[in-house]
Design a binder for this molecule. Structure first.
Ligand SMILES: C[S@@+](CC[C@H](N)C(=O)[O-])C[C@H]1O[C@@H](n2cnc3c(N)ncnc32)[C@H](O)[C@@H]1O
Length: 228
């Protein structure tokens, strides 16, 4: 088992994110050369939240995507088990809930959609979390997952993983409050599923109509699905 898998123990993951919370948004933008903004914008467009809809943004961190989803008039809640991350986004005016993806404190069928932006690869049990997300979404409701993925062109994939593993921690040493954490993040990206692999887990968790699109040559993928 890789180190990234071992470190997915919930308590350790929450502690690690508490440690990177200060300056998290800035570090992210520096490490992705500003591409994170494009990926979030694409996620917002694909979600297409409508006024009056109820959206759960899970593993929302500082709520950077949650506020964007709420812009069109949907009611969006940011849920995360790192209180440090939620507090870092205190100035963002969206409701915030401390919650573990494995045991969501929401009733069955209570949301029109659930989103996870750069959070799912940290979950201890991906399939169980996806089933829990399905429980809280209404029949007909949707799932949208934005996550790093496996670039399709092998030389590019090799360079991408090398950069995330070797270069990101070096940059993080300058811009982050907890550079060590970025070693884990690089490894967790390399160990993560392919586009098809994640789609299969989403379907296994009970979601229907699973499909994905690649962003930036497959560096990131957007998976979407429906609850029938
Ligand atoms: C890389 S950050 C992404 C935050 C935000 N969605 C964004 O796009 O910037 C991953 C987030 O997932 C949260 N997370 C990881 N495992 C979780 C779990 N089991 N339940 C709730 N949140 C979790 C972490 O606390 C962290 O805030």
């Amino acid at each position: 088992m890789s180190r990234a898998s071992l470190e997915k123990k919930p308590r350790e993951v929450a502690k690690m994110f508490d440690g990177v919370a200060r300056g998290y948004d800035r570090t992210n933008s520096v490490l992705t050369l500003g591409y994170d903004r494009r990926w979030r914008e694409m996620t917002r467009r694909v979600l297409d939240a409508q006024p009056g809809e109820r959206i759960l943004d899970l593993a929302a961190g500082t709520g950077v995507s949650t506020v964007a989803f709420a812009r069109g008039g949907a009611w969006c809640v940011a849920a995360d088990f790192s209180v440090g991350m939620l507090s870092s986004g205190a100035s963002r005016e969206v409701p915030k809930v401390a919650a573990d993806a494995m045991r969501l404190p929401f009733a069955n069928d209570s949301f029109d959609a659930v989103t996870v932006v750069f959070g799912i690869r940290n979950f201890f049990d991906t399939e169980a979390a996806l089933a829990e997300m399905r429980r809280v979404v209404k029949p007909g409701g949707r799932l949208l997952v934005c996550e790093f993925s496996q670039p399709r062109f092998k030389p590019f994939r090799t360079v991408f993983h090398w950069g995330m593993k070797r270069v990101a921690p070096t940059i993080a040493r300058v811009v982050s409050s907890n550079p060590e954490a970025y070693r884990y993040l690089g490894e967790s990206i390399k160990d993560w599923h392919s586009q098809r692999g994640l789609a299969e887990i989403v379907a296994k968790a009970g979601w229907s109509d699973v499909e994905w699109m690649n962003l930036t040559f497959g560096m990131v993928a957007l998976h979407r699905a429906k609850k029938r």
